[in-house]
Ligand binder design. Structure first.
Ligand code: NAD
Ligand code: GLY
Length: 362
């Protein structure tokens, strides 16, 4: 039988939804109350399917459950692969009363969510995230989409899930490199909004790296809590929500430079957050000691602390010019006034930015 460890709600009026965090949920938790019609389409990939599909199907007992299995990888987060979901839905005659369920990491969650936003002009969907990164970040908040060769996540829609089911047991099969990538987004919450969580992370990072279940459950809960609060205030990123992108402007540039999938999203965000920290230091906002704390935590999480070999400041600048936060050609970045207090600015000095780029490139 399953054990629910924590539950919380993303408060969005009539589109509010629960996040259920627990153990043994896959295979036993009844998801049918979140399925309005009789049809469910599970979207997964060829790595996660063999591990968890059978258990996911069991959560929808009594429904017509069909499956689309996509190739695994960030490089398949594109239009062409997205279309396979529509092929499956139409071939199996799914109506506008169907429910999509994303079983996998952030790539599957973003693509299944985008398909749900578009299919017959919008159908409900359920997130069943199976990576640490997707459990602490991408399954919550309704950002969905695919990559374009010229920019990460450049084509997409806001479409909130109906429920998020997080089974921490699924992390037992996750490779260590993916745990580190997820920890980057966990550390992000401490850096942007919650210094007490940052201190908790400093004390528990080794337990998290050893994938200790209690530590992981607490980190997932506190991360989801932080994200749910921010999304409830600013669902469509008119303001506050942009702080969730700490390190992402630099990170997305790294991901597109390296080729999608060569640097993991979390790895690029980890280095990107240090670049934002370095720039915050140069702008006189945080101290050298603060920057060293951030650097030490990122290192202890097993994340890279320099940009990819050969990437130049110009490589960053050309890619950062297409960031979604930019307005009228002005580059906008998330910086920190203090650890645990991030904000968005278009005012960072060009010279300081240049020095940060020089510091992190080789
Ligand atoms: P991912 O989806 O590529 O998953 C990482 C790898 O782990 C894949 O090979 C996957 O098949 C495998 N995997 C998944 N679950 C597993 C398990 N339980 N056991 C073993 N292997 C497993 O990567 P990710 O880090 O989960 O997500 C990254 C994506 O999320 C990026 O595309 C990023 O843009 C997106 N993202 C979106 C948001 C959002 O708000 N929508 C936020 C952050 C990141
Ligand atoms: N990961 C950034 C956001 O959800 O807004």
């Amino acid at each position: 039988m399953y054990k629910v460890l924590k539950e919380l709600k993303v408060e969005l009026g009539e589109r509010s939804y629960p996040i259920v965090i627990g153990q043994g949920l896959l295979g036993t938790y009844d998801l049918t109350p979140w399925v309005a019609g009789n049809q469910v389409m599970i979207v997964t990939n060829d790595t996660v399917g063999p591990l968890y599909l059978e258990q996911a199907v069991a959560c929808f007992r009594g429904k017509q459950v069909d499956v689309v299995t996509l190739p695994d990888g960030e490089k398949y987060k594109d239009w062409q692969t997205l279309n396979l979901i529509f092929d499956g839905l139409l071939e199996q005659r799914h109506s506008r009363k169907t429910t999509l369920a994303a079983l996998g990491g952030g790539v599957i969650g973003d693509m299944a969510g985008f398909a749900a936003a578009c299919y017959q002009r919008g159908v409900p969907f359920i997130q069943i995230p199976t990576t640490l990164l997707s459990q602490v970040d991408s399954s919550v908040g309704g950002k969905t989409g695919v990559n374009h060769p010229l920019g990460k996540n450049m084509v997409g829609a806001f479409h909130q899930p109906n429920m998020v089911l997080i089974d921490t047991d699924s992390l037992s099969t996750l490779p260590a490199r993916e745990v580190s990538a997820g920890l980057a987004e966990v550390i992000k919450y401490g850096l942007i909004r919650d210094e007490s969580f940052l201190i908790w992370l400093e004390n528990n990072i080794d337990a998290l790296m050893n994938a200790e279940p209690e530590a992981l459950a607490e980190a997932i809960f506190r991360s989801c809590q932080c994200k749910a609060e921010v999304v409830a205030v600013d669902e469509r990123e008119g303001g506050l929500r942009a702080i969730l992108n700490l390190g992402h402007t630099f990170g997305h540039a790294i991901e597109t430079y390296a080729g999608y999938g060569n640097w993991l999203h979390g790895e690029a965000v980890g280095t990107g957050m240090l670049m934002a920290s370095d720039l915050s230091l140069r702008e006189g906002m945080i101290s050298q000691a603060d920057h060293e704390r951030a650097t030490s935590l990122i290192r202890r999480a097993g994340l890279p602390v320099y940009a990819p070999e050969g990437m130049s400041p110009e490589d960053f600048m050309s890619r950062m010019a297409v960031d979604k936060k930019n307005i009228d050609g002005t580059l906008r970045l998330v910086l920190m006034r203090a650890l645990g207090d991030a904000f968005v600015t278009g005012d960072a000095s060009e010279q300081n930015l240049r020095n940060t780029l020089l510091e992190f490139t080789r």
